[in-house]
Design a protein around this ligand. Structure first.
Ligand SMILES: [Zn+2]
Ligand SMILES: [Zn+2]
Length: 223
C-alpha cells in the first residue's frame, strides 16, 4: 500500500493528475473495485447475448445515482450513534465517516472501508444477478461498479492536493469542501449534485453559517 507521506511531505506542491492516479491506485479500495470491475466486464463479454435491454439496468443505476449517493450520505454516513436496549448502534461506515470529517486530509479515511465495500458489492451483485437474467444482471453490475469507482476516484481527488483546472470539477470540489469546511448539513453529493439541488441542500455558500460541528458531526466521541 502506497505511503501517503508523499503528499504530506510536500503540502505546498499540488499533485499532477498523473501523480493522483498513481497515488490512488496504491490504495486497497480502488484495487478491489478495479479487480471486480475487470472480472464483471470479462464475464459479461464471455457470455455475449447482447440486446437493447442491456441499456435498461445501467440507465436505472445512473438515474438513481444522485439520490443513492445523497441518501447513503445523509442516513448512513451521518448516522448518529444510539443505544437500542443494551445495544449501541454505531456502524463502521458511520464511525469511519466521522473520522474522515475529523481529519479530511487523512487519505486512507477517504475510501469506503473494505468490509463495507465487500458487503456493498455483494448486496448489489445479489440484486443484479437475482432479479435479472444473467446477461442483463452482469451489465447492470458493471455499471454499478463503474459508478462506485467514479465515486472513490472523485472523493479521493477532492481530498488530494490536486487543484481544479476545469469548471465542472471545480464545482464538485468546491461543493464537497463546503460540506467539510462550511456546513455538514448541506452538499451531500460527491460526484454529482442533482439530489442536492432537488432536495434543497445546495445553498449559496454564504447563505448558511459556518457549522461548529462540521468536524465532529455533533457526536462527542468520548461520551
Ligand atoms: Zn470527504
Ligand atoms: Zn459527510
Amino acid at each position: 500500500m502506497r505511503d501517503t507521506r508523499v503528499v504530506a511531505e510536500a503540502p505546498d506542491r499540488s499533485l499532477s493528475l498523473r501523480g493522483a492516479v498513481a497515488l490512488f491506485s496504491g490504495f486497497g479500495s480502488p484495487r478491489v473495485v478495479l479487480v471486480l470491475l475487470l472480472a464483471a466486464v470479462g464475464g459479461r463479454l464471455a457470455i455475449g447475448g447482447w440486446s437493447w435491454w442491456d441499456l435498461l439496468g445501467p440507465g436505472v443505476v445512473l438515474a438513481l445515482q444522485p439520490f443513492t449517493e445523497w441518501t447513503i450520505h445523509v442516513f448512513v454516513l451521518h448516522f448518529r450513534p444510539r443505544t437500542v436496549g443494551r445495544v449501541r448502534v454505531d456502524p463502521l461506515v458511520s464511525r469511519k465517516h466521522r473520522a474522515h470529517h475529523a481529519d479530511p486530509k487523512d487519505l486512507p479515511l477517504v475510501f469506503i472501508p473494505l468490509p463495507a465495500l465487500f458487503g456493498l458489492v455483494a448486496g448489489v451483485a445479489a440484486i443484479c444477478l437475482g432479479a435479472l437474467p444473467l446477461e442483463r444482471g452482469l451489465t447492470t453490475l458493471v455499471a454499478a461498479l463503474v459508478v462506485l469507482a467514479t465515486y472513490e476516484w472523485t472523493h479521493f481527488l477532492i481530498h488530494s492536493t490536486y487543484r481544479p483546472r476545469h469548471a465542472l470539477y471545480r464545482y464538485v470540489w468546491r461543493a464537497h469542501r463546503n460540506h467539510h469546511f462550511r456546513n455538514e448539513h448541506y452538499w451531500f453529493g460527491v460526484t454529482v449534485h442533482l439530489a442536492d439541488h432537488v432536495l434543497g441542500t445546495f445553498p449559496e455558500r454564504t447563505a448558511v453559517p459556518v457549522s461548529p460541528t462540521a468536524r465532529t458531526l455533533g457526536v462527542d466521541e468520548a461520551a
